[in-house]
Design a protein around this ligand. Structure first.
Ligand SMILES: [Zn+2]
Ligand SMILES: [Zn+2]
Length: 259
């Protein structure tokens, strides 16, 4: 029965692809492109989109040339070994992720997952299974999906690794965008619980989020999971860059308010 269902689903997806061709536009700026299967973005976006500058070895945020670790990672001990974010959260990437998160553009998950996959594979890391940052059921109902979960599912297919739900969001937290790191941590502390703890015991896990801003959410998830797991890696589509080491307080304020 499931096989028949899958055949119909695949057929349905194919028909939708023909009626609504999305696979010929840059995933960031929506410009028409020719080689979508090779690179799903245009040449212009390629120059700006990728997180290629000098980065913090822990959290992947951009830092001053010559520095190794950002101020925030020096101050807060991370529970993850490393966080991987292939894109810069700005301009067209930002607009694209907003379409993905809030405007039903779930088809982007496949391309985003491939970018994360290629980015992580530049380093030699191993993990046993994949999990994702949870979303409260009310939020999932409103949106129709949890963006981090569908990203994790696509990564699971690319890596051929199981995707397991390990955290549940049990209460809705206040919108995070105007809060400081300390306030976010306080806000998040009791909003999540670990589920399926047996499945993650002594395992190395890759946890997936959509964007990483101040690391508050991913830190909170990893702090909860680390009681059971052996090691944790984190990843997201994009990283914002608060450039704390440049001491640009206005920029820090602007970025936090914006997200
Ligand atoms: Zn583009
Ligand atoms: Zn850092």
């Amino acid at each position: 029965m499931n096989k028949i269902k899958n055949v119909f689903k695949k057929l349905g997806d194919k028909i939708l692809d023909i009626v609504f061709p999305i696979n010929n536009k840059c995933i960031f700026c929506n410009e028409e492109i020719v080689d979508f299967e090779i690179t799903p973005y245009c040449e212009n976006c390629e120059k700006e989109a990728f997180n290629n500058e000098n980065k913090c070895v822990k959290c992947d945020t951009q830092i001053k040339q010559g520095n190794i670790i950002c101020d925030s990672c020096q101050k807060h001990k991370r529970s993850f070994i490393k966080c991987y974010c292939p894109l810069n959260y700005q301009d067209d990437v930002r607009k694209s992720i907003i379409r993905f998160k809030d405007d039903n553009a779930t088809y982007l998950a496949k391309s985003y997952a491939k970018l994360i996959f290629d980015y992580i594979n530049k380093e030699n890391i191993n993990f046993d299974l994949i999990t994702f940052v949870p979303s409260h059921k009310t939020k999932v109902k409103q949106r129709g999906y949890n963006p981090a979960q569908i990203l994790a599912k696509e990564l699971g297919l690319l890596y051929n690794k199981p995707v397991i739900e390990t955290l549940a969001k049990v209460s809705i937290t206040q919108a995070q965008k105007t809060l400081t790191f300390a306030n976010r941590q306080e806000n998040l502390k009791n909003s999540m619980v670990v589920i399926n703890s047996k499945a993650i015991k002594n395992k190395t896990i890759l946890i997936v989020d959509d964007i990483i801003t101040t690391c508050a959410t991913i830190d909170c998830c990893c702090n909860l999971l680390k009681t059971y797991t052996k090691n944790l890696y984190a990843c997201a589509i994009a990283r914002n860059h608060i450039l704390k080491n440049d001491g640009n307080k206005d920029l820090i304020k602007k970025e936090i308010v914006e997200i």
